[in-house]
Design a protein around this ligand. Structure first.
Ligand SMILES: NC(=O)c1ccc[n+]([C@@H]2O[C@H](COP(=O)([O-])OP(=O)(O)OC[C@H]3O[C@@H](n4cnc5c(N)ncnc54)[C@H](O)[C@@H]3O)[C@@H](O)[C@H]2O)c1
Length: 251
């Protein structure tokens, strides 16, 4: 895979041990210029610095994916700086381990907004730039929770948002295929990142036992799957979702 000359935006890539951060590292290593968009600007700056330290090209941007103005500002900055956008990884996400009956409307909206509305807003703002070059790759971060229900860290709102991403991706894929843009999703299973805050080692081990491969996935295993979907080699794949879950869910 070679991303030389390509410009990629990865949202939620500021988290030190996160999937987005590793995806950004991989895309940069393979030649892409990477834009790290995150609410956590300090984290985004660190991520960009790390990429530059090893000879890559990166730009840190303060971003709230739920805010249209914030997303538009990022898109304008990227286009003014690099002149193009080729790849969008809608990775920013939050979760909340809570039962449905304990969930407030605010909880439900917050989880839907970051995971699902954010994916819509970022895609909507980036697609016109991709269409100018008749090329684009959008990769949306769903989850095994969106297919199976009962996420380890997430409640029903998280499952709903991640399932929503799958439907959104397929519908969007049909709309933008004429513009040379593909839209696909990745569904990770358990991955050891900061999203697991508060999960005890004991609970985590118990979860491993339910996974056929008896271990969590790594951020790199997710990142390379994203990179494949972003590559020229994946040109004939659209509206698809790829499970990366050690066999914990098969469909
Ligand atoms: N870790 C897992 O087991 C797992 C499994 C399936 C899916 N996922 C999905 O993978 C993605 C990455 O998760 P992670 O595990 O790396 O989590 P993480 O908490 O390490 O990273 C999430 C990042 O999103 C950023 N973010 C949150 N709200 C934002 C907003 N409104 N605008 C911009 N950025 C925002 C955070 O600052 C953080 O940097 C998420 O969409 C998550 O739902 C994770």
């Amino acid at each position: 895979m070679n991303f030389k000359g390509k410009v990629a935006i990865v949202t939620g890539a500021g988290s030190e041990r996160g999937i987005g951060r590793e995806t950004a590292n991989i895309l940069a290593k393979l030649g892409a210029t990477v834009v790290i968009g995150d609410m956590n600007l300090e984290g985004a700056k660190k991520a960009a610095l790390e990429i530059e330290k090893v000879g890559g090209k990166a730009l840190a941007v303060s971003l709230n994916v739920t805010d249209e103005v914030s997303v538009s500002n990022m898109v304008d900055l990227v286009v003014n700086t690099y002149g193009r956008i080729d790849i969008l990884v809608n990775n920013a996400g939050i979760t909340q381990p809570i039962k449905t009956l304990d969930m407030s409307v605010e909880d439900f909206n917050r989880i839907l907004n970051v995971n699902l509305l954010g994916t819509f807003i970022c895609s909507k703002k980036v697609i016109p730039e991709m269409a100018k070059n008749n090329f684009g790759r959008i990769i949306n971060m769903s989850s095994v929770s969106g297919k199976r229900g009962g996420g380890v860290y997430g409640g029903s709102h998280y499952s709903a948002a991640k399932a929503g991403i799958l439907g959104f991706s397929k519908a969007l894929a049909r709309e933008v295929v004429a513009n040379g843009i593909t839209v696909n999703s990745v569904c990770p299973g358990l991955v050891a990142t900061d999203i697991r805050q508060g999960l005890s080692d004991e609970t985590e081990r118990a979860i491993w036992e339910t996974i056929p491969m008896k271990r969590p996935g790594t951020t790199s295993e997710i990142g390379y799957t994203v990179a494949f979907l972003a590559s020229d080699e994946a040109a004939y794949i659209t509206g698809e979702d790829i499970d990366v879950n050690g066999g914990s869910h098969m469909d």
